[in-house]
Design a protein around this ligand. Structure first.
Ligand code: GDP
Length: 591
């Protein structure tokens, strides 16, 4: 073989897809090779250098370590307003400011515990034992330096902020439980942080547990692209125990180290701008909003516009509930005086007069109205932006019922993404579509593809509000057809399924013309003749097609409502059993 001994540079960790491109082989072939070596990996997963070296050796390549270049965040996407403001400041006026950190991770991995232990260990007690207030953010001190923490665990606030281009955090602390490892929300959090281009430090929590397995978790982290620095990668992984208060200072020191390498700066005397962390109405005090100042210095008594709310700041307190007159960059403060409740992630600014504030708010309300009916990320719109040359990639989030269906879906999408317009899969996971998926889709202009999964009700509502396309499929070729059409710009308006009702099969009869007929009871909604019907047994779909006949007491009927019993006939199908479920639906153009 003339390929023999050819050298190939490989990084400390490489995604299968990239490896395939590098050696010009099909990713499926590589996945198979890995499987024969006992490694299970999907196309979007990364393998470490050693594993990749074995694979490439099978094709006659000799792997050599790539010279590591410092990872630079991609310079694409929207730059948050406050960063733009800082960029306009005279460089000589910029001073370093405390880093703003947010803690993300899988449920139960210890986000809340970690936030609590950091807060209690390092927030100086208020005078006379003052009680720390929960205002959605706090500051701690380590060796005379401050760090600001966003105290809103869970992705919602973080993503809401990013969705509005605010990107409040400078560093993400990703909590991973050492006894549980990388889980779906861990991967999701990584996707959030990467999309926001925020550096990640891993807090490897629960190391006190007897079944903690840090090495396994490090391996998993390397597989998802967070290669530990001790293995030659550039992710700091700090072992901690929130429960036993181990490693907390190491974690904060790591954060300061990352901060020092990231040039976290602002002009304390410049234009005042920042982000709303959270806001709510208090019965006696009116709107209480937590603001994170990101440039300039906010002063009590100033007039602030935040989203579509404005007002003169009546009072300003720090996270200890202590009144303050001024708040500089990276300082979170709770303020009173806004006339409405801004959303988490809204940008705030200081203006000269209430009149100016009103004008800005009116303009924003008008703009919001104009946007209200606009769909943001439908496949159709995306194609329009492809044609206009604004986008060259279709971002997708894929959710499927089981791992086994993800793999063929990914390989199909992989094939489709080879054309002029690429396909980028932000992540592919098993499980139903939830609000987090929709938030990430909205923030990244992505479309969510669901395969044999449902979107829960809050997720559907959010998708509607944010204008995110959810596309649910049961058959792979329907999905690939749709995507292919979208990529070619031939997509017809989406046809979506509208469920009319459900019924349960109580008996099975023989009928001369139709073979078998199902005796059913309509359990909700209605069954309608000329509609479509699906027959389910357990989770399996056994029939999907036209509803051939609908009878009630020997009469043909057009429809049958909840509570009634009726006979249902199918076209060329008679494998009906008592207990089968029927779903009656029509296909409609989505608005
Ligand atoms: P969250 O859902 O990520 O906010 O997780 P929590 O902070 O609520 O923690 C989930 C569970 O893990 C709780 O029962 C905690 O007591 C426990 N936990 C958190 N950190 C540690 C740790 O370092 N060691 C042990 N053994 N348990 C922990």
């Amino acid at each position: 073989m003339n390929e023999n001994g050819r050298k190939i540079e490989l990084p400390a960790s490489i995604v299968i897809r990239d490896l395939a491109v590098k050696i010009e082989k099909s990713p499926i072939e590589i996945i198979k090779k890995l499987m024969t070596n006992g490694v299970m990996a999907t196309i979007n997963q990364a393998v470490d250098f050693d594993t990749a070296a074995i694979v490439v050796a099978e094709y006659g390549f000799e792997a050599v370590a790539e010279t590591v270049e410092e990872e630079k965040p991609e310079e694409t996407g929207e730059v948050p307003m406050w960063r733009q403001v800082i960029a306009k400041e005279d460089a000589a006026t910029l001073k370093s400011r405390p880093p703003v950190l947010t803690i993300l991770g899988h449920v139960d991995h210890g986000k809340t515990s970690l936030l609590d232990v950091i807060r209690s260990a390092h927030v100086a007690e208020g005078e006379a034992g003052g009680i720390t207030q929960h205002i959605g953010a706090y500051q701690v001190e380590l060796k005379g330096r401050l760090l600001s923490f966003l105290d809103t665990p869970g992705h919602a606030a973080f993503t809401a902020m990013r969705a509005r281009g605010a990107q409040g955090a400078d560093i993400v602390i990703l909590v991973v439980a050492a006894d549980d490892g990388v889980m779906p929300q861990t991967r999701e959090a990584i996707a959030h942080a990467k999309a926001a281009r925020v550096p990640i430090i891993v807090a490897l929590n629960k190391i006190d547990k007897p079944n903690a397995n840090p090495d396994r978790v490090k391996q998993q982290l390397a597989e998802v692209g967070l290669v530990p620095d001790e293995w030659g990668g550039n992710t700091m992984i700090i072992p901690v125990s929130a429960k036993q208060k181990i490693g907390i200072d190491d974690l904060l020191e790591a954060a300061l180290l990352v901060a020092d390498n990231t040039e976290i700066r602002a002009n304390p005397n410049g234009t005042v701008i920042g982000t709303v962390i959270e806001a709510e109405v208090d019965k006696s005090r009116g709107t209480v909003a937590t603001l994170l100042v990101q440039n300039g210095t906010l002063e009590a008594g100033e007039i602030v516009v935040a989203g579509t709310a404005y007002g003169k700041l009546r009072a300003m307190t720090d996270h200890k509930g202590k009144p303050v007159r001024k708040a500089g960059p990276s300082t979170p403060v709770a303020v009173l005086g806004l006339n409405g409740v801004p959303a988490a992630g809204d940008v705030f600014r200081v203006v000269e007069s209430e009149r100016e504030a009103r004008e800005i708010v009116n303009e924003r309300l008008e703009a919001a109205k104009a946007r209200a009916n606009e769909k943001k990320v439908s496949l159709e719109d995306l194609f329009a932006s492809f044609q206009a040359g604004e986008a060259r990639e279709l971002n997708l989030i894929v959710k499927a019922d089981v791992q086994g269906s993800l793999e063929p879906i990914m390989s199909e999408l992989e094939k489709l993404g080879k054309g002029e317009i690429g396909i980028k899969i932000l992540y592919a996971e098993t499980g139903n579509i939830g609000e987090n998926d929709v938030m990430l889709a909205s923030a990244s202009s992505a479309i969510i593809i669901g395969f044999n999964v449902q979107a829960d009700v809050p997720a559907r509502r959010l998708a509607e509000k944010e204008g995110v396309s959810l596309r649910l499929y049961e058959i792979i070729y329907r999905m690939t057809e749709d995507i292919e059409k979208a990529l070619k710009g031939m997509l017809e308006p989406a046809i979506v399924e509208k469920v009319l009702g459900h019924a349960q099969v109580l008996a099975v009869f023989s009928a001369s013309k139709l073979g078998k007929v199902a005796g059913c009871k309509v359990t909700d909604g209605e069954l309608r003749r000329n509609a479509r019907i699906r027959l389910l047994r357990g989770g399996d779909i056994l029939y999907e097609g036209d509803l051939a006949s609908l009878r009630h007491e020997k009469e043909d009927v057009k429809e049958m409502r909840t509570g009634f019993e009726c006979g249902v006939g199918f076209k060329n199908f008679s494998n009906i059993q008592v207990g089968d479920q029927l779903v009656c639906y029509v296909m409609e153009k989505s608005s």
